[in-house]
Design a protein around this ligand. Sequence first.
Ligand code: AMP
Length: 400
Amino acid sequence: MKILVINAGSSSLKYQLFDMDTKDVLAKGACERIGIDGSKITQKAEGKPEYELVSPMANHGDAIKLVVDALTSSEYGVIKSMNEIDAVGHRVLHAGKYYSESTIVTEDVKKVIRDCFDLGPLHNPANLTGIEACEKAMPGTPNVAVFDTAFGQTMAKEAFMYGIPYEYYEKYAIRRYGFHGISHNYVSQRALEFGNLDKKNGKVIVCHLGNGSSISASIGGKCVDTSMGLTPLEGLVMGTRSGDVDAAVVQFIANKENKSVDDVLNILNKKSGVLGISDVSSDFRDLEAAAEEGNERAQLALDMFIYRVKKYIGAYTAAMGGVDAIVFTAGIGENTVIIREGVTESLGYLGVELDKELNKERRKDERCISTPSSKVKVLVIPTNEELMIAKDTERLVNAK
Ligand code: AMP
């Protein structure tokens, strides 16, 4: 079975074509600057030369047409016709409270994606356009929506409610939803499997540490809590996002700097986090290098990042009444040795024992980096959101 995975952003569209028998990626590519001057498509396909074409793309429909051309090109492509594609899996940001599982796209599903535009204003419209473009380009091929918020739907009400007047939950569905759900779902399932944990009761904390960072607690793969909230702004200190702050900070900065609420939220989303603290970079490789050269603010940014992750691990261990595995994933979680060491070094009270040598090994595979006597396993599991989307799509299409 061949499955095309689509991740449509506001001005981009990334794609991967999977052969589900081998789980191999046959081709992957991206359309950039959709609706902006200088749009281009790039593709890398198995055994074929790399492809790049600068071509105007007014919308996602135009982008899908170029994806079809690239995938079926005799020189650069890997299939003869789009009929070879059995289904398309779409990453969709927000399903509000409506879906806790991936689902085959119907008119009702599209309505839910549309109804959630105000909860995911940058992503949901692009996701819907991506689905509609595929419906047009590949009539009759099933589309599956895999929601980033679905994983968070198993949280108990006391975990997902905010302490604000209840009417705002009823009127506007304001609550914690959580994001990076496809990654947390994939990695927590892999942790149960790879870590040899109890499939029903295994308690796992996943630290998805990338440019956007979030952390989740799950029991038997079901989410108990997660750090991002109504939007991806809440929780850990991130590349450019502040994570948790006292909400009154917004009013304080707005008054002092004569800015609007929108301006301040823009600062909290795009100019804060480790970038805002260090004034060096949002990239941890730059921060590490600067800190080594004695840049105190870069060191402070790293220390703050580590401290916040540790604090959440403590809170989530308490929420679950224990933890069996702590897992690191995403760009920083998979690659940054000092962050994994910093986070775990004071977790001895939980029975965590990091093997510092294993932690230093630069590898790309799933691995355990705790000592054999550690009461809590420390794992590094590379995230693979595209494969998770492809697997969910395959499962739903086969069950049809
Ligand atoms: P992500 O958002 O998951 O792509 O993660 C991006 C972050 O991973 C960047 O801020 C980098 O600082 C960090 N990172 C650290 N080491 C590496 C590496 N070797 N390759 C890629 N990203 C890295």
